[in-house]
Design a protein. Structure first.
Lengths: 255, 255
DNA sequence: TAGTGGTCTAGACCACCTC
DNA sequence: AGGTGGTCTAGACCACTAC
Protein backbone atom coordinates (compact mmCIF):
# COMPACT_ATOMS: atom_id res chain seq x y z
CA UNK A 1 0.00 0.00 0.00
CA UNK A 2 2.94 2.32 -0.53
CA UNK A 3 2.12 5.72 -1.86
CA UNK A 4 4.47 7.58 -4.11
CA UNK A 5 6.56 9.13 -1.37
CA UNK A 6 6.97 6.06 0.83
CA UNK A 7 7.76 3.83 -2.11
CA UNK A 8 10.58 6.15 -2.94
CA UNK A 9 11.84 5.75 0.61
CA UNK A 10 11.63 1.97 0.35
CA UNK A 11 13.80 2.22 -2.70
CA UNK A 12 16.56 4.19 -1.03
CA UNK A 13 19.83 2.33 -0.98
CA UNK A 14 21.61 2.10 2.34
CA UNK A 15 25.23 2.78 1.74
CA UNK A 16 26.37 1.99 5.27
CA UNK A 17 24.01 -0.86 6.01
CA UNK A 18 25.10 -4.46 6.37
CA UNK A 19 23.60 -5.41 3.01
CA UNK A 20 25.85 -4.98 0.01
CA UNK A 21 24.76 -2.29 -2.43
CA UNK A 22 24.71 -4.67 -5.37
CA UNK A 23 22.29 -6.94 -3.51
CA UNK A 24 19.98 -4.03 -2.76
CA UNK A 25 20.12 -2.90 -6.37
CA UNK A 26 19.37 -6.44 -7.55
CA UNK A 27 16.30 -6.58 -5.32
CA UNK A 28 15.01 -3.23 -6.51
CA UNK A 29 15.57 -4.15 -10.12
CA UNK A 30 13.85 -7.47 -9.58
CA UNK A 31 10.83 -5.77 -8.02
CA UNK A 32 10.70 -3.15 -10.75
CA UNK A 33 10.79 -5.84 -13.41
CA UNK A 34 7.98 -7.79 -11.81
CA UNK A 35 5.83 -4.69 -11.44
CA UNK A 36 6.49 -2.75 -14.58
CA UNK A 37 7.98 -4.95 -17.27
CA UNK A 38 6.95 -8.01 -19.22
CA UNK A 39 9.02 -10.66 -20.98
CA UNK A 40 10.67 -9.22 -24.06
CA UNK A 41 10.97 -5.71 -22.67
CA UNK A 42 14.34 -4.03 -22.74
CA UNK A 43 15.94 -2.63 -19.61
CA UNK A 44 17.37 0.87 -19.67
CA UNK A 45 21.08 0.86 -20.53
CA UNK A 46 23.62 0.25 -17.78
CA UNK A 47 24.78 3.84 -17.90
CA UNK A 48 21.29 5.11 -17.20
CA UNK A 49 20.59 2.59 -14.45
CA UNK A 50 23.87 3.23 -12.68
CA UNK A 51 23.09 6.94 -12.73
CA UNK A 52 19.57 6.34 -11.46
CA UNK A 53 20.80 4.30 -8.49
CA UNK A 54 23.83 6.54 -8.03
CA UNK A 55 26.23 3.61 -8.07
CA UNK A 56 29.19 2.79 -10.19
CA UNK A 57 28.54 0.92 -13.40
CA UNK A 58 30.52 -2.06 -12.10
CA UNK A 59 28.30 -2.26 -9.04
CA UNK A 60 25.21 -2.13 -11.20
CA UNK A 61 26.64 -4.86 -13.43
CA UNK A 62 27.22 -7.04 -10.38
CA UNK A 63 23.53 -6.69 -9.55
CA UNK A 64 22.48 -7.56 -13.09
CA UNK A 65 24.80 -10.58 -12.98
CA UNK A 66 22.59 -12.03 -10.26
CA UNK A 67 19.39 -11.57 -12.19
CA UNK A 68 21.00 -13.03 -15.27
CA UNK A 69 22.12 -16.18 -13.45
CA UNK A 70 18.64 -16.38 -11.98
CA UNK A 71 17.16 -16.43 -15.46
CA UNK A 72 15.27 -13.16 -15.12
CA UNK A 73 17.34 -11.19 -17.60
CA UNK A 74 19.39 -11.86 -20.68
CA UNK A 75 22.17 -9.62 -21.91
CA UNK A 76 22.79 -9.15 -25.60
CA UNK A 77 25.99 -7.41 -26.41
CA UNK A 78 25.50 -4.34 -28.52
CA UNK A 79 21.74 -4.50 -28.05
CA UNK A 80 20.73 -4.25 -24.44
CA UNK A 81 19.41 -6.28 -21.55
CA UNK A 82 16.06 -8.01 -21.91
CA UNK A 83 13.44 -9.56 -19.65
CA UNK A 84 13.13 -13.31 -20.23
CA UNK A 85 10.11 -15.58 -20.38
CA UNK A 86 9.59 -17.72 -17.28
CA UNK A 87 10.91 -21.28 -17.64
CA UNK A 88 8.89 -23.91 -19.48
CA UNK A 89 8.03 -27.11 -17.65
CA UNK A 90 9.73 -30.17 -19.01
CA UNK A 91 8.32 -33.49 -17.80
CA UNK A 92 11.07 -36.03 -17.35
CA UNK A 93 9.40 -39.39 -17.27
CA UNK A 94 10.37 -42.60 -18.99
CA UNK A 95 8.65 -41.81 -22.28
CA UNK A 96 9.38 -38.09 -22.28
CA UNK A 97 10.03 -36.64 -25.69
CA UNK A 98 11.13 -33.08 -26.20
CA UNK A 99 8.81 -32.23 -29.08
CA UNK A 100 5.72 -33.61 -27.36
CA UNK A 101 6.58 -31.81 -24.15
CA UNK A 102 6.89 -28.47 -25.81
CA UNK A 103 3.84 -28.88 -27.96
CA UNK A 104 1.88 -29.83 -24.87
CA UNK A 105 2.97 -26.57 -23.26
CA UNK A 106 1.54 -24.64 -26.19
CA UNK A 107 4.92 -23.59 -27.49
CA UNK A 108 6.71 -24.11 -30.76
CA UNK A 109 9.79 -26.28 -30.44
CA UNK A 110 12.37 -27.19 -33.04
CA UNK A 111 15.27 -29.61 -33.14
CA UNK A 112 18.17 -28.98 -35.47
CA UNK A 113 21.15 -31.14 -36.30
CA UNK A 114 24.46 -29.36 -35.80
CA UNK A 115 26.88 -32.20 -36.48
CA UNK A 116 26.94 -35.92 -37.16
CA UNK A 117 30.21 -37.83 -36.94
CA UNK A 118 31.59 -41.26 -36.20
CA UNK A 119 33.95 -41.24 -33.23
CA UNK A 120 35.57 -43.71 -30.90
CA UNK A 121 33.34 -44.06 -27.86
CA UNK A 122 34.61 -42.26 -24.76
CA UNK A 123 34.87 -44.52 -21.73
CA UNK A 124 31.70 -43.11 -20.14
CA UNK A 125 29.72 -43.76 -23.33
CA UNK A 126 31.14 -47.23 -23.90
CA UNK A 127 30.29 -48.22 -20.34
CA UNK A 128 26.74 -46.91 -20.55
CA UNK A 129 26.06 -48.53 -23.91
CA UNK A 130 27.85 -51.72 -22.82
CA UNK A 131 30.23 -51.65 -25.76
CA UNK A 132 33.52 -53.45 -26.06
CA UNK A 133 36.54 -51.16 -25.93
CA UNK A 134 37.58 -49.34 -29.09
CA UNK A 135 34.13 -49.25 -30.59
CA UNK A 136 33.16 -46.45 -32.93
CA UNK A 137 29.82 -44.80 -32.32
CA UNK A 138 27.60 -42.15 -33.82
CA UNK A 139 27.83 -38.73 -32.27
CA UNK A 140 24.96 -36.46 -33.18
CA UNK A 141 24.85 -32.95 -31.81
CA UNK A 142 21.49 -31.26 -31.82
CA UNK A 143 20.23 -27.86 -30.82
CA UNK A 144 16.75 -27.38 -29.46
CA UNK A 145 14.86 -24.14 -29.50
CA UNK A 146 11.59 -22.90 -28.14
CA UNK A 147 10.13 -19.92 -29.96
CA UNK A 148 13.47 -19.17 -31.62
CA UNK A 149 15.29 -19.18 -28.29
CA UNK A 150 17.88 -21.95 -27.80
CA UNK A 151 17.23 -24.03 -24.70
CA UNK A 152 19.49 -27.05 -24.94
CA UNK A 153 22.31 -28.62 -26.83
CA UNK A 154 22.60 -32.38 -26.79
CA UNK A 155 25.27 -34.89 -27.67
CA UNK A 156 23.60 -38.15 -28.68
CA UNK A 157 25.85 -41.21 -28.70
CA UNK A 158 24.51 -44.28 -30.51
CA UNK A 159 26.10 -47.55 -31.59
CA UNK A 160 26.79 -47.79 -35.32
CA UNK A 161 25.57 -51.29 -36.14
CA UNK A 162 21.82 -50.94 -35.56
CA UNK A 163 21.65 -47.58 -37.35
CA UNK A 164 23.97 -47.74 -40.38
CA UNK A 165 22.25 -44.93 -42.27
CA UNK A 166 21.50 -42.65 -39.35
CA UNK A 167 23.47 -39.58 -40.38
CA UNK A 168 22.03 -39.75 -43.89
CA UNK A 169 18.46 -39.90 -42.68
CA UNK A 170 18.32 -37.56 -39.74
CA UNK A 171 18.23 -33.87 -40.43
CA UNK A 172 16.17 -32.44 -37.63
CA UNK A 173 12.97 -32.76 -35.72
CA UNK A 174 12.51 -35.59 -33.28
CA UNK A 175 15.38 -38.05 -33.30
CA UNK A 176 13.37 -40.57 -31.33
CA UNK A 177 10.48 -40.33 -33.75
CA UNK A 178 12.89 -41.21 -36.57
CA UNK A 179 14.36 -44.12 -34.61
CA UNK A 180 10.86 -45.40 -33.99
CA UNK A 181 9.65 -45.02 -37.57
CA UNK A 182 12.78 -46.15 -39.36
CA UNK A 183 14.42 -48.64 -37.01
CA UNK A 184 11.52 -49.90 -34.93
CA UNK A 185 12.93 -48.65 -31.65
CA UNK A 186 10.60 -47.99 -28.74
CA UNK A 187 12.59 -45.42 -26.76
CA UNK A 188 12.45 -45.60 -22.98
CA UNK A 189 14.37 -43.35 -20.63
CA UNK A 190 16.21 -45.58 -18.18
CA UNK A 191 18.14 -43.24 -15.92
CA UNK A 192 18.95 -39.57 -15.74
CA UNK A 193 21.64 -37.80 -13.73
CA UNK A 194 21.15 -34.10 -13.11
CA UNK A 195 23.97 -31.79 -12.13
CA UNK A 196 24.92 -28.17 -12.49
CA UNK A 197 27.87 -27.48 -14.74
CA UNK A 198 29.65 -24.78 -16.65
CA UNK A 199 29.18 -25.24 -20.38
CA UNK A 200 32.11 -25.18 -22.75
CA UNK A 201 32.59 -21.84 -24.43
CA UNK A 202 31.27 -23.19 -27.74
CA UNK A 203 28.16 -24.55 -26.08
CA UNK A 204 27.55 -21.34 -24.18
CA UNK A 205 27.76 -19.42 -27.42
CA UNK A 206 25.26 -21.65 -29.15
CA UNK A 207 22.89 -21.33 -26.25
CA UNK A 208 23.46 -17.57 -26.37
CA UNK A 209 24.50 -17.57 -22.73
CA UNK A 210 27.07 -15.39 -21.09
CA UNK A 211 30.25 -17.31 -20.36
CA UNK A 212 30.54 -18.52 -16.81
CA UNK A 213 26.88 -19.18 -16.20
CA UNK A 214 25.83 -22.68 -15.21
CA UNK A 215 23.53 -25.05 -17.07
CA UNK A 216 21.67 -28.11 -15.99
CA UNK A 217 23.59 -31.09 -17.26
CA UNK A 218 21.60 -34.25 -17.89
CA UNK A 219 23.17 -37.59 -18.65
CA UNK A 220 20.48 -39.90 -19.95
CA UNK A 221 20.52 -43.57 -20.84
CA UNK A 222 17.79 -44.66 -23.24
CA UNK A 223 16.86 -48.26 -23.87
CA UNK A 224 14.65 -50.03 -26.34
CA UNK A 225 11.46 -51.01 -24.57
CA UNK A 226 11.22 -54.17 -26.64
CA UNK A 227 14.62 -55.62 -25.76
CA UNK A 228 15.69 -53.56 -22.77
CA UNK A 229 19.09 -52.98 -24.33
CA UNK A 230 20.59 -49.48 -24.33
CA UNK A 231 20.62 -47.73 -27.70
CA UNK A 232 21.45 -44.13 -26.84
CA UNK A 233 23.49 -42.22 -24.30
CA UNK A 234 22.79 -38.51 -24.31
CA UNK A 235 24.51 -35.62 -22.59
CA UNK A 236 22.32 -32.52 -22.54
CA UNK A 237 23.23 -29.00 -21.55
CA UNK A 238 20.04 -27.20 -20.65
CA UNK A 239 19.52 -23.54 -19.92
CA UNK A 240 18.09 -23.85 -16.45
CA UNK A 241 16.60 -20.39 -16.83
CA UNK A 242 14.44 -21.60 -19.72
CA UNK A 243 13.43 -25.11 -18.76
CA UNK A 244 12.27 -26.58 -15.48
CA UNK A 245 12.47 -30.33 -15.07
CA UNK A 246 9.43 -32.10 -13.68
CA UNK A 247 9.66 -35.70 -12.52
CA UNK A 248 6.59 -37.79 -11.95
CA UNK A 249 7.54 -40.84 -9.98
CA UNK A 250 5.84 -44.03 -10.92
CA UNK A 251 5.62 -46.57 -8.19
CA UNK A 252 7.74 -49.54 -9.21
CA UNK A 253 5.73 -52.63 -10.14
CA UNK A 254 7.07 -54.67 -7.24
CA UNK A 255 6.04 -52.21 -4.56
CA UNK B 1 53.64 -35.41 -22.48
CA UNK B 2 54.58 -31.80 -21.93
CA UNK B 3 58.05 -31.24 -20.54
CA UNK B 4 58.80 -28.39 -18.27
CA UNK B 5 59.45 -25.83 -20.97
CA UNK B 6 56.51 -26.61 -23.22
CA UNK B 7 54.12 -26.77 -20.32
CA UNK B 8 55.17 -23.30 -19.42
CA UNK B 9 54.41 -22.23 -22.97
CA UNK B 10 50.98 -23.85 -22.80
CA UNK B 11 50.35 -21.84 -19.72
CA UNK B 12 51.15 -18.48 -21.26
CA UNK B 13 48.19 -16.16 -21.29
CA UNK B 14 47.35 -14.49 -24.57
CA UNK B 15 46.60 -10.92 -23.87
CA UNK B 16 45.48 -10.02 -27.38
CA UNK B 17 43.78 -13.27 -28.27
CA UNK B 18 40.05 -13.61 -28.72
CA UNK B 19 39.68 -15.46 -25.44
CA UNK B 20 39.17 -13.32 -22.38
CA UNK B 21 42.00 -13.40 -19.88
CA UNK B 22 39.75 -14.44 -17.02
CA UNK B 23 38.61 -17.48 -19.00
CA UNK B 24 42.21 -18.50 -19.70
CA UNK B 25 43.10 -18.06 -16.05
CA UNK B 26 40.10 -20.14 -15.02
CA UNK B 27 41.19 -22.96 -17.32
CA UNK B 28 44.75 -22.91 -16.05
CA UNK B 29 43.59 -22.88 -12.44
CA UNK B 30 41.18 -25.70 -13.15
CA UNK B 31 43.93 -27.80 -14.72
CA UNK B 32 46.34 -27.02 -11.89
CA UNK B 33 43.77 -28.05 -9.32
CA UNK B 34 43.09 -31.34 -11.06
CA UNK B 35 46.77 -32.12 -11.37
CA UNK B 36 48.23 -30.88 -8.14
CA UNK B 37 45.56 -30.45 -5.52
CA UNK B 38 43.07 -32.63 -3.70
CA UNK B 39 39.79 -31.79 -1.97
CA UNK B 40 40.44 -29.83 1.20
CA UNK B 41 43.59 -28.16 -0.06
CA UNK B 42 43.87 -24.41 0.13
CA UNK B 43 44.62 -22.30 -2.89
CA UNK B 44 47.32 -19.63 -2.68
CA UNK B 45 45.88 -16.23 -1.74
CA UNK B 46 44.41 -14.03 -4.45
CA UNK B 47 47.29 -11.59 -4.19
CA UNK B 48 49.80 -14.32 -4.92
CA UNK B 49 47.80 -15.83 -7.78
CA UNK B 50 47.20 -12.49 -9.45
CA UNK B 51 50.93 -11.82 -9.27
CA UNK B 52 51.74 -15.26 -10.67
CA UNK B 53 49.45 -14.79 -13.66
CA UNK B 54 50.38 -11.12 -13.97
CA UNK B 55 46.77 -10.02 -13.97
CA UNK B 56 44.83 -7.65 -11.81
CA UNK B 57 43.28 -9.08 -8.69
CA UNK B 58 39.79 -8.32 -10.06
CA UNK B 59 40.53 -10.35 -13.16
CA UNK B 60 41.76 -13.23 -11.07
CA UNK B 61 38.64 -13.02 -8.92
CA UNK B 62 36.48 -13.19 -12.03
CA UNK B 63 38.23 -16.45 -12.94
CA UNK B 64 37.74 -17.87 -9.45
CA UNK B 65 34.07 -16.86 -9.62
CA UNK B 66 33.64 -19.36 -12.44
CA UNK B 67 35.23 -22.22 -10.56
CA UNK B 68 33.20 -21.39 -7.50
CA UNK B 69 29.89 -21.49 -9.40
CA UNK B 70 31.06 -24.73 -10.96
CA UNK B 71 31.50 -26.24 -7.52
CA UNK B 72 35.26 -26.72 -7.79
CA UNK B 73 36.23 -24.16 -5.19
CA UNK B 74 34.75 -22.62 -2.10
CA UNK B 75 35.74 -19.25 -0.74
CA UNK B 76 35.86 -18.63 2.98
CA UNK B 77 36.20 -15.06 3.94
CA UNK B 78 39.16 -14.41 6.16
CA UNK B 79 40.46 -17.92 5.61
CA UNK B 80 41.17 -18.64 1.99
CA UNK B 81 39.88 -20.53 -1.02
CA UNK B 82 39.56 -24.29 -0.80
CA UNK B 83 39.17 -27.22 -3.17
CA UNK B 84 35.81 -28.95 -2.73
CA UNK B 85 34.83 -32.59 -2.76
CA UNK B 86 33.16 -33.77 -5.96
CA UNK B 87 29.37 -33.92 -5.72
CA UNK B 88 27.66 -36.86 -4.06
CA UNK B 89 25.10 -38.81 -6.05
CA UNK B 90 21.58 -38.49 -4.76
CA UNK B 91 19.12 -41.02 -6.17
CA UNK B 92 15.72 -39.47 -6.63
CA UNK B 93 13.29 -42.32 -6.89
CA UNK B 94 9.91 -42.72 -5.28
CA UNK B 95 11.22 -44.14 -2.00
CA UNK B 96 14.36 -42.02 -1.83
CA UNK B 97 15.32 -40.99 1.66
CA UNK B 98 18.15 -38.61 2.35
CA UNK B 99 19.76 -40.52 5.20
CA UNK B 100 19.75 -43.84 3.35
CA UNK B 101 21.16 -42.23 0.23
CA UNK B 102 24.08 -40.71 2.04
CA UNK B 103 24.82 -43.78 4.10
CA UNK B 104 24.80 -45.82 0.91
CA UNK B 105 27.41 -43.49 -0.53
CA UNK B 106 29.64 -44.17 2.45
CA UNK B 107 29.26 -40.69 3.88
CA UNK B 108 28.00 -39.38 7.17
CA UNK B 109 24.80 -37.39 6.81
CA UNK B 110 22.92 -35.45 9.45
CA UNK B 111 19.57 -33.70 9.54
CA UNK B 112 18.96 -30.88 11.96
CA UNK B 113 15.76 -28.99 12.78
CA UNK B 114 16.13 -25.24 12.43
CA UNK B 115 12.56 -24.14 13.05
CA UNK B 116 9.10 -25.58 13.59
CA UNK B 117 6.07 -23.30 13.36
CA UNK B 118 2.39 -23.34 12.51
CA UNK B 119 1.57 -21.06 9.61
CA UNK B 120 -1.29 -20.44 7.23
CA UNK B 121 -0.64 -22.50 4.12
CA UNK B 122 0.60 -20.51 1.12
CA UNK B 123 -1.50 -21.03 -1.99
CA UNK B 124 1.08 -23.33 -3.58
CA UNK B 125 1.17 -25.54 -0.48
CA UNK B 126 -2.59 -25.60 -0.03
CA UNK B 127 -3.06 -26.64 -3.64
CA UNK B 128 -0.47 -29.40 -3.46
CA UNK B 129 -1.80 -30.80 -0.18
CA UNK B 130 -5.40 -30.34 -1.38
CA UNK B 131 -6.35 -28.24 1.63
CA UNK B 132 -9.33 -25.95 1.97
CA UNK B 133 -8.44 -22.26 2.04
CA UNK B 134 -7.27 -20.73 5.30
CA UNK B 135 -5.81 -23.91 6.70
CA UNK B 136 -2.92 -23.79 9.10
CA UNK B 137 -0.07 -26.20 8.47
CA UNK B 138 3.21 -27.27 10.01
CA UNK B 139 6.30 -25.65 8.60
CA UNK B 140 9.49 -27.44 9.53
CA UNK B 141 12.78 -26.10 8.31
CA UNK B 142 15.65 -28.56 8.30
CA UNK B 143 19.30 -28.36 7.39
CA UNK B 144 21.13 -31.32 5.97
CA UNK B 145 24.84 -31.83 6.10
CA UNK B 146 27.30 -34.31 4.72
CA UNK B 147 30.57 -34.57 6.61
CA UNK B 148 29.92 -31.27 8.39
CA UNK B 149 29.27 -29.46 5.10
CA UNK B 150 25.74 -28.12 4.58
CA UNK B 151 24.16 -29.41 1.37
CA UNK B 152 20.51 -28.51 1.53
CA UNK B 153 17.90 -26.59 3.44
CA UNK B 154 14.34 -27.79 3.24
CA UNK B 155 10.96 -26.34 4.09
CA UNK B 156 8.59 -29.17 4.93
CA UNK B 157 4.89 -28.32 4.87
CA UNK B 158 2.54 -30.81 6.53
CA UNK B 159 -1.12 -30.68 7.53
CA UNK B 160 -1.72 -30.29 11.26
CA UNK B 161 -4.47 -32.81 11.89
CA UNK B 162 -2.67 -36.10 11.25
CA UNK B 163 0.45 -35.01 13.16
CA UNK B 164 -0.69 -33.07 16.23
CA UNK B 165 2.50 -33.63 18.21
CA UNK B 166 4.98 -33.31 15.36
CA UNK B 167 6.99 -30.34 16.58
CA UNK B 168 7.31 -31.86 20.03
CA UNK B 169 8.59 -35.16 18.72
CA UNK B 170 10.90 -34.25 15.87
CA UNK B 171 14.32 -32.91 16.72
CA UNK B 172 16.50 -34.13 13.92
CA UNK B 173 17.51 -37.13 11.90
CA UNK B 174 15.16 -38.59 9.34
CA UNK B 175 11.76 -36.90 9.33
CA UNK B 176 10.29 -39.65 7.22
CA UNK B 177 11.58 -42.32 9.57
CA UNK B 178 9.75 -40.56 12.41
CA UNK B 179 6.56 -40.26 10.38
CA UNK B 180 6.76 -43.96 9.63
CA UNK B 181 7.50 -45.06 13.18
CA UNK B 182 5.19 -42.71 15.00
CA UNK B 183 2.31 -42.08 12.61
CA UNK B 184 2.37 -45.14 10.38
CA UNK B 185 3.03 -43.22 7.19
CA UNK B 186 4.63 -45.00 4.25
CA UNK B 187 6.25 -42.08 2.43
CA UNK B 188 6.25 -42.12 -1.34
CA UNK B 189 7.63 -39.39 -3.56
CA UNK B 190 4.93 -38.48 -6.02
CA UNK B 191 6.39 -35.70 -8.15
CA UNK B 192 9.44 -33.49 -8.17
CA UNK B 193 10.06 -30.24 -10.03
CA UNK B 194 13.68 -29.22 -10.50
CA UNK B 195 14.74 -25.70 -11.33
CA UNK B 196 17.70 -23.43 -10.80
CA UNK B 197 17.14 -20.53 -8.46
CA UNK B 198 18.89 -17.91 -6.39
CA UNK B 199 18.54 -18.67 -2.69
CA UNK B 200 17.39 -16.05 -0.26
CA UNK B 201 20.23 -14.37 1.57
CA UNK B 202 19.42 -16.24 4.78
CA UNK B 203 19.40 -19.57 3.00
CA UNK B 204 22.66 -18.83 1.21
CA UNK B 205 24.27 -18.01 4.53
CA UNK B 206 23.12 -21.24 6.12
CA UNK B 207 24.41 -23.21 3.17
CA UNK B 208 27.67 -21.25 3.45
CA UNK B 209 27.37 -20.15 -0.18
CA UNK B 210 28.47 -16.90 -1.67
CA UNK B 211 25.50 -14.66 -2.41
CA UNK B 212 24.36 -14.73 -5.97
CA UNK B 213 25.16 -18.36 -6.68
CA UNK B 214 22.35 -20.59 -7.85
CA UNK B 215 21.00 -23.68 -6.14
CA UNK B 216 18.92 -26.55 -7.39
CA UNK B 217 15.40 -25.99 -6.19
CA UNK B 218 13.24 -29.07 -5.73
CA UNK B 219 9.54 -28.95 -5.08
CA UNK B 220 8.44 -32.39 -3.94
CA UNK B 221 5.03 -33.82 -3.20
CA UNK B 222 5.02 -36.86 -0.92
CA UNK B 223 2.05 -39.14 -0.46
CA UNK B 224 1.23 -41.98 1.89
CA UNK B 225 1.63 -45.22 0.00
CA UNK B 226 -1.25 -46.77 1.94
CA UNK B 227 -3.89 -44.17 1.07
CA UNK B 228 -2.35 -42.25 -1.81
CA UNK B 229 -3.17 -38.97 -0.13
CA UNK B 230 -0.54 -36.20 0.06
CA UNK B 231 0.97 -35.63 3.50
CA UNK B 232 3.98 -33.43 2.79
CA UNK B 233 5.01 -30.71 0.39
CA UNK B 234 8.69 -29.90 0.54
CA UNK B 235 10.72 -27.11 -1.03
CA UNK B 236 14.43 -27.91 -1.02
CA UNK B 237 17.34 -25.66 -1.84
CA UNK B 238 20.27 -27.87 -2.73
CA UNK B 239 23.86 -26.93 -3.31
CA UNK B 240 24.23 -28.23 -6.83
CA UNK B 241 27.97 -28.29 -6.36
CA UNK B 242 27.64 -30.86 -3.58
CA UNK B 243 24.80 -33.11 -4.70
CA UNK B 244 24.01 -34.61 -8.08
CA UNK B 245 20.48 -35.87 -8.64
CA UNK B 246 20.09 -39.28 -10.19
CA UNK B 247 16.74 -40.43 -11.48
CA UNK B 248 16.02 -44.05 -12.23
CA UNK B 249 12.90 -44.28 -14.29
CA UNK B 250 10.60 -47.14 -13.57
CA UNK B 251 8.47 -48.22 -16.39
CA UNK B 252 4.86 -47.45 -15.45
CA UNK B 253 2.71 -50.49 -14.76
CA UNK B 254 0.47 -49.93 -17.75
CA UNK B 255 3.27 -49.85 -20.34
C1' DT C 1 28.91 6.55 -36.33
C1' DA C 2 26.64 6.08 -32.08
C1' DG C 3 25.11 3.21 -28.53
C1' DT C 4 25.20 -1.04 -26.14
C1' DG C 5 27.32 -4.51 -23.16
C1' DG C 6 32.26 -6.91 -22.02
C1' DT C 7 36.83 -6.66 -20.08
C1' DC C 8 40.90 -5.03 -17.74
C1' DT C 9 43.34 -2.17 -14.67
C1' DA C 10 44.11 0.58 -10.39
C1' DG C 11 43.49 1.75 -5.77
C1' DA C 12 40.93 2.06 -1.68
C1' DC C 13 38.50 0.42 2.18
C1' DC C 14 35.83 -3.07 4.72
C1' DA C 15 34.55 -7.64 7.12
C1' DC C 16 36.09 -11.71 8.86
C1' DC C 17 39.30 -15.13 10.82
C1' DT C 18 43.40 -16.53 13.37
C1' DC C 19 46.97 -15.66 16.51
C1' DA D 1 47.99 -7.18 14.29
C1' DG D 2 48.23 -9.30 10.03
C1' DG D 3 46.31 -11.90 6.40
C1' DT D 4 42.34 -13.35 3.85
C1' DG D 5 38.43 -12.60 0.82
C1' DG D 6 34.38 -8.90 -0.30
C1' DT D 7 32.92 -4.52 -2.12
C1' DC D 8 32.96 -0.06 -4.30
C1' DT D 9 34.77 3.41 -7.19
C1' DA D 10 37.14 5.31 -11.35
C1' DG D 11 38.53 5.36 -15.96
C1' DA D 12 39.88 3.26 -20.12
C1' DC D 13 39.35 0.56 -24.07
C1' DC D 14 37.21 -3.22 -26.81
C1' DA D 15 33.45 -5.98 -29.43
C1' DC D 16 29.19 -6.17 -31.23
C1' DT D 17 24.77 -4.27 -33.30
C1' DA D 18 22.03 -1.12 -35.67
C1' DC D 19 21.48 2.73 -38.63
Amino acid sequence: MADHASRRLDQEIERDGPRAIYLQVAERLSADIRQRLVPGDRLPPESELSARFAVNRHTLRHAIDLLEVQGVLERRRGLGTYVLDPPVSYPLHAQARFSDNITAAGRTGTGRLLAATCEPAPAEVAAALKLRGGNTVWRLTTLREIEEAPVSIIDHWLPLAPFPSLAAEYRGGSLHALLAARFGIKPLRRSTAVSAALPLAAVARQLRMSPGHPVLRLRTLNVDAATGSPFEYAVSCIRADRLELVIDHDEPAHA
